[in-house]
Design a protein around this ligand. Structure first.
Ligand code: FES
Ligand SMILES: [Fe+2]
Length: 402
């Protein structure tokens, strides 16, 4: 529960537009968070790689010859050129396009022409980036030393992740929604559903109206005086699910936490069996589910990385800061690894709800940024449905120079 929740205001203007603020944000976030990068089915074979880019940092994430996933800074140790320039591909060795210094998939420098005889290749391997896999999900941390403990980072999320078994999933579809807005505006938009009724007609056609009012108002929603109808429905559902031995639960970190995580299990409502337009299943059951039961799991790894999982599919959503007013929004739809496109699922039906919703989010967030750019902008007060943003703002301000 969000014991420290109280109502706040949006940030001051320069926090959403300034170059130096952005540089601090990226440096501090890179070093303190495990960032959800992708699903490991993106790189099934030795030599498969993709680039993960945050701010000005470019990271090569690859499958090495021992089938391990590894990550390296995409910066040549000669004079600093990018080595890989395509967003993904396959390579037996990593060859710099500038002067052809050549690296192995383990990051070791294998060849460098015309260097002095005392040149020690072993001292000039690629700089490693911390990478960890959990049940199919790839996480990166860019701290130069002592990244946060990965086990502790995942500890409380494991039961929520476990029921969906993403290690037995595959990527069905991925889509990008590059957004011309500061990452904090993108995150704030995702942390509240105050905008859902005005902005997300399709989303609201699937979800219970009372629930929409309280979503992301903080998991202490039963204690606030709106959305009472959903609070009652939630308690009834939780009692019934627990009696059947199903996993239920919720937690929400306070602004003092390291990662500002949250997770909860909840009913979708409105008779929807899954989170799809029309509420009907859009893919075969995945994970531990034996039936379509209309439940959903929401997991917030940190403000930048999220999962929303129904019985039949999951969507990974990651927000990656790229510039002061530029954020990559990437959505990755997962289905059971055995599901066959065209037979077991239709990619359009699978993605419809969140594709529409994320397109709408892109537009409203870009409008938000344009308004904040005006010198007439002053931070405005959060509503009762935006306590999670108030907490996020506090969490953020504790981590950056004032
Ligand atoms: S910068 Fe890469 S080989 Fe010269
Ligand atoms: Fe939205």
């Amino acid at each position: 529960m969000s014991s420290q929740s109280s109502f706040g205001r949006s940030l001051v203007r320069h926090k959403y537009i300034d170059d130096e603020v952005f540089a601090d944000d990226v440096r501090l976030i890179c070093s303190s968070q495990w960032l959800l990068a992708d699903h490991e089915s993106r790189i099934p074979d030795a030599g498969d790689y993709f680039l993960f880019q945050i701010g000005d940092q470019s990271v090569i994430v690859l499958r090495d010859k021992t089938q391990s996933v590894r990550a390296f800074h995409n910066v040549c140790r000669h004079r600093g050129s990018l080595i890989c320039t395509e967003p993904d591909g396959n390579a037996t060795r990593l060859v710099c396009p500038y002067h052809a210094w050549t690296y192995g998939l383990d990051g070791r420098l294998l060849a460098a022409r015309a260097m002095p005889t005392n040149f020690e290749k072993s001292a000039w391997g690629l700089k490693a980036v911390q990478a960890r896999i959990n049940d199919g999900l790839i996480f990166l941390n860019l701290a130069e030393s002592d990244p946060p403990d990965f086990e502790r980072f995942l500890e409380r999320l494991r039961p929520y992740l476990g029921i969906h078994q993403f290690g037995r999933a595959k990527v069905a579809v991925r889509k990008s929604y590059p957004t011309r807005a500061n990452w904090k505006l993108v995150v704030e938009n995702f942390l509240e559903c105050y905008h859902c009724k005005p902005a997300h007609q399709t989303y609201c056609s699937v979800h219970d109206a009372d629930k929409v009012d309280v979503l992301a108002a903080g998991t202490g929603f039963s204690g606030i005086n709106i959305g009472g109808g959903f609070a009652r429905q939630f308690v009834e559902w939780e009692l019934a699910a627990t009696a059947k031995g199903e996993f239920t639960g919720m937690f929400e970190d306070t602004p003092d936490s390291d990662h500002f995580q949250a997770a909860l299990r909840l009913p979708i409502g409105k008779g929807s069996l899954t989170e799809s337009v029309g509420g009907k299943p859009v893919a075969p059951l995945m994970g531990q589910f034996q039936d379509y039961d209309g439940t959903q799991t929401a997991i917030f790894f940190n403000p930048l990385s999220h999962v929303l999982a129904s019985n039949d599919y999951a969507i990974l959503v990651r927000f990656t800061p790229r510039g002061p007013m530029e954020t990559d929004v990437e959505a990755i739809w997962l289905v059971d690894a055995k599901a066959v496109e065209g037979e077991d699922y239709d990619a359009n039906l699978l993605t419809q709800l969140w594709d529409v919703t994320l397109c709408e989010d892109k537009e409203i967030t870009e409008n938000n940024q344009r308004g904040v750019l005006s010198t007439s902008y002053v931070p405005g007060p959060h509503s009762l449905s935006e306590t999670r943003i108030s907490d996020f703002v506090r969490w953020y301000l504790q981590r950056v120079p004032q």
